[in-house]
Design a protein around this ligand. Structure first.
Ligand SMILES: Nc1ncnc2c1ncn2[C@@H]1O[C@H](COP(=O)(O)OP(=O)(O)OP(=O)(O)O)[C@@H](O)[C@H]1O
Length: 830
């Protein structure tokens, strides 16, 4: 038998445009003359700019407010549906401003059935009277804020279904559920559930406004009893969401967002129409989801009808004109209509008869009719995967078929073979044919399952990504709010934790993992210092890694065991009773705050005439290297909780920490020092910029402080005593104890009456002696202090000669505190 390949005749079709005026709603003011249907094809609408004039529009048909649902259907739509029985693809879409009656027209209600139920009634009646194959499949989806959601499934808020193109460059929505319809009751049941899933909301212009475009797709596969050729038809019934003038809707933020998406897609629709009419090369179908879907219906190969719904109220007039102008443009859009040559005899289709149809109808979902039986027309489902599965099912039918047909799109030759084989199959028993069909259907269902699993997986992945970016954008918003709400100074005090907050948890974890790996590698090679650095960075990104924190502790101990810990040694010898200042000493394992208790000693100092009234406010804050991760952890945890750092807040959040007592005392102490009005400060910091900022700000508030800030640059060219150029810490070891002879050498010694604290043991390091060394202004004794070179010593000397003694020393170098934390500590302590 000679096989004919599918033949297509292309004819040209304009998009039919029907206009329907809704009756005036009771509550709305309506001037009866503003819109009149002048003839069956013309409508006059008052010019809103000049009410004495009217503008006439002409369309394929015009219906006034009295037109019934039945009238519209029987005179316009029924014929279009009939054309679907003949193998056409037809589309009806309702367009108009919100509240103009689109949903009423296309969907209707129980007492006024709209186009959809009427069309289904017509189709299913036809099915019932058909003696041959007549299969009806329905899918229903909405386009909401540029996402496509399947209305036949439970609504999910994921990123939606994708639009794909088949080998004929026809667009389709992938992963949609298709329901096989056998009766009108079944349709009603499924449709009414699906309609409820559609997103609607009450707006000022419509109490039940559709917030999405809804698309109902009906696919038909038909063959007559006498002719085994299968005819495929498709009907698309679309309820576009209404265009909205947001000035009139009083929409809230969410409604506005929806409205913007709606207006945007309708705007693109207008652009598409304009481009089609002007014969433009590029038609912007891709600029919105709705136009991509309508691609086949506008300027494509579908018979199309646009029903323009307009509202009669005067308040709608400007919008009505816009709508009608828009519709006028649509009239000139020409569709290339494809008609399939139905005489082509595909004997494989003979497998489709009503009994098989009933066999299949038990399945609620199954594949596109285009894929059932031989390939009359390859469709959207024409993927490699479907070809593969179908080849496989064919393979089962014909064991002689070569294996290389697997995973290959069907070819003409293959088609011929298939038809020949199907001729042969026609002779098979009814039972075996049923069996084949059943097998085939199983494969098709597997394919559907695979597709939906893939789509689901992609959706889940996209949802995760969306959640993640949403989380990050929330954090960005928080940060932005913070920046906007605080004083300009505070704009610069964005904490590290804020920045960390912006990094996604995954990135944080990945970064810390990478640092950990590097750290381990370094540790193995014996570069403990470098390893520690990496570990500490890793902990910065993932403070929850408790094991790592312990490991860091261990390494620190290991490192400090190598060298004798001078400050720890000195702690034991520390004579707290002789202290004139409050001192926080930090060693590897612990920190101690020592308060002044020796009044006698204090008196002595007072008597010296230099360090006098502000004894209690003197403070050396030394958060040294050994406390890096401890102080970091403590401060960051406080930062996270309190957001704004100050030492009192830190105290609170440290209630259960090993620093508890010390930091609380430190806090009190700093408060005291803050209260005193005549303090001088010596601040040595790695991060001098933040210190300066903090101080500047503080000075303007308190006027109290005299400050000397030593920054690293000042030290740059000066030799550092004992060659430890890197170390900027003050030292407490015996090398730094007071040397009376150097005091005598001081060029300031004549003026300087400060004496060495009497009760101090010379071989024990005390901070009193450091202060003494600083305050006596002797260059030699100053440069004996670690981290103080000649240049710094001169600065200190000049400062002292100008402002008097320094009562507070902050040494925050290598404290491990970050720029912003340091700034905050200084700001709150000054
Ligand atoms: N021809 C009509 N006869 C009687 N009532 C109508 C007619 N057209 C619309 N209505 C009524 O007008 C109101 C608004 O109509 P509908 O919801 O269909 O508007 P819409 O254009 O779909 O609006 P939206 O775009 O906001 O969804 C509804 O209460 C509907 O019942």
């Amino acid at each position: 038998m000679k096989i004919k390949s599918p033949a297509m005749t292309i004819t040209e079709n304009k998009v039919a445009v029907i206009c329907r005026v809704r009756p005036a709603l009771n509550s709305s003011p309506h001037s009866p003359d503003s819109i009149t249907v002048a003839s069956q094809t013309t409508i006059n609408v008052a010019n809103h700019r000049d009410p004495t004039k009217q503008i006439q529009y002409s369309f394929d048909a015009c219906y006034g407010s009295k037109a019934t649902q039945e009238e519209i259907y029987s005179s316009q739509v029924s014929e279009l549906v009939q054309s679907v029985f003949d193998g056409h693809s037809a589309t009806v879409f309702c367009y108009g401003v919100t509240g103009a009656g689109k949903t009423f027209t296309i969907q209707g209600n129980d007492s006024h059935l709209g186009i959809i139920p009427r069309a289904l009634n017509q189709i299913l009646k036809k099915k019932n009277s058909s003696k041959g194959l007549f299969e009806v499949k329905m899918s229903y989806y909405e386009v909401f804020k540029e996402n496509i959601y399947d209305l036949l499934r439970e609504v999910d808020c994921g990123p939606g279904l994708p639009i794909r193109e088949d080998s004929n460059r026809k667009t389709y929505v992938a992963g949609l559920r298709e329901e096989l319809l056998s009766s009108f009751d079944q349709f009603k049941k499924s449709y009414s559930v699906a309609v409820k899933r559609r997103r609607t909301a009450s707006t000022k212009l419509n109490t039940n406004s559709s917030r999405s475009h809804a698309v109902l797709v009906i696919k038909l596969a038909m063959s007559s009893a006498s002719n085994s050729a299968v005819i495929y038809g498709q009907l698309n019934l679309i309820d576009l969401a209404g265009s909205e003038d947001n000035r009139k809707t009083d929409n809230n933020r969410e409604r506005m967002k929806e409205s913007t998406a709606i207006n945007q897609s309708l705007f693109v629709l207008g652009k598409v129409i304009e481009a089609l009419n002007s014969g433009a090369k590029r038609i912007p179908y891709r600029d919105s989801k709705m136009t991509r879907i309508l691609q086949n219906s506008l300027g494509g190969e579908s018979k199309s009808m646009m029903i323009v719904n307009i509202a009669p109220e005067e308040s709608f007039l400007p919008e009505t004109h816009k709508t009608l102008n828009y519709a006028t443009k649509t009239k000139s859009v020409i569709n290339k209509e494809s008609i399939i040559d139905h005489n082509t005899n595909y004997s494989s289709q003979s497998t489709f008869n009503s009994s098989r149809s009933s066999l299949l109808s038990n399945k609620s979902t199954y594949l596109s009719s285009n894929e059932i039986g031989a390939k009359r027309k390859r469709t959207s489902q024409d993927s490699l995967m479907s070809a593969s599965i179908e080849s496989y099912s064919r393979k089962k039918l014909s064991p002689n078929q070569s294996i290389h047909n697997f995973a290959k799109p069907i070819s003409t030759q293959e088609n011929n073979l298939l038809v020949n084989r199907n001729n042969h199959n026609a002779k098979k028993t009814e039972f075996s044919k049923r069996q084949e069909l059943y097998n085939r259907q199983n494969h098709l269902n597997i394919k559907n399952d695979v597709e939906s699993i893939v789509v689901e997986k992609i959706q889940n992945f996209e949802k995760k990504t969306e959640d993640m970016s949403q989380m990050i954008s929330e954090r960005l918003n928080r940060l932005e709010k913070k920046l906007n709400s605080e004083e300009s100074f505070n704009k610069t005090t964005i904490l590290d934790s804020d920045i960390l907050d912006l990094i996604s948890p995954t990135t944080k974890l990945k970064t810390s993992k990478a640092l950990l790996v590097k750290g381990k590698e370094l540790e193995r090679s014996g570069a403990i210092q470098d390893a520690l650095k990496r570990y500490e960075q890793a902990l910065h990104y993932a403070p929850e890694l408790k094991q790592l924190a312990k490991h860091i502790d261990k390494l620190h101990k290991k490192l400090s065991n190598g060298k004798p810990n001078k400050s720890q040694d000195s702690d034991h010898k520390f004579d707290t009773t002789s202290l004139p200042v409050n001192v926080l000493l930090s060693s590897n394992n612990e920190s101690h705050l020592f308060s002044p208790t020796n009044q006698k000693h204090t008196k002595n100092l007072n008597n010296s005439g230099k360090i006098n009234t502000e004894i209690n406010s003197n403070l050396l804050l030394n958060l040294n290297k050994t406390d890096i991760h401890k102080s970091w952890k403590l401060v960051t945890s406080a930062t996270k909780k309190q957001k704004k750092i100050n030492l009192l807040n830190i105290n609170k959040s440290l209630a259960h920490s090993p620093f508890k007592t010390n930091v609380r005392k430190l806090g009190n102490n700093i408060q005291q020092s803050h209260l005193s009005s005549n303090n001088s400060y010596l601040i040595q910091s790695d991060d001098i910029q933040s210190a300066k900022k903090a101080i500047k700000r503080k000075i303007s508030h308190t006027k109290a402080s005299k400050l000397l800030i030593l920054d690293s640059d000042a030290e740059e060219n000066s030799a550092i005593h004992n060659g430890t150029k890197k170390s900027k810490r003050y030292s407490y070891d015996s090398d730094d104890t007071f040397n009376p002879s150097s005091a005598l050498d001081s060029p300031y010694s004549a003026k300087n009456t400060t004496k060495k604290p009497e009760n101090e043991t010379l071989n024990s390091p005390t901070n009193a002696s450091i202060l003494w060394s600083i305050n006596n202004g002797n260059i030699k004794s100053l440069i004996k202090l670690k981290g103080v070179g000649k240049k710094r010593a001169e600065l200190i000397r000049d400062f002292i000669s100008e402002h008097g003694t320094i009562t507070n020393v902050y040494d925050l170098t290598k404290s491990g505190l970050t720029h912003s934390v340091l700034t905050n500590i200084l700001a709150s302590s000054l």
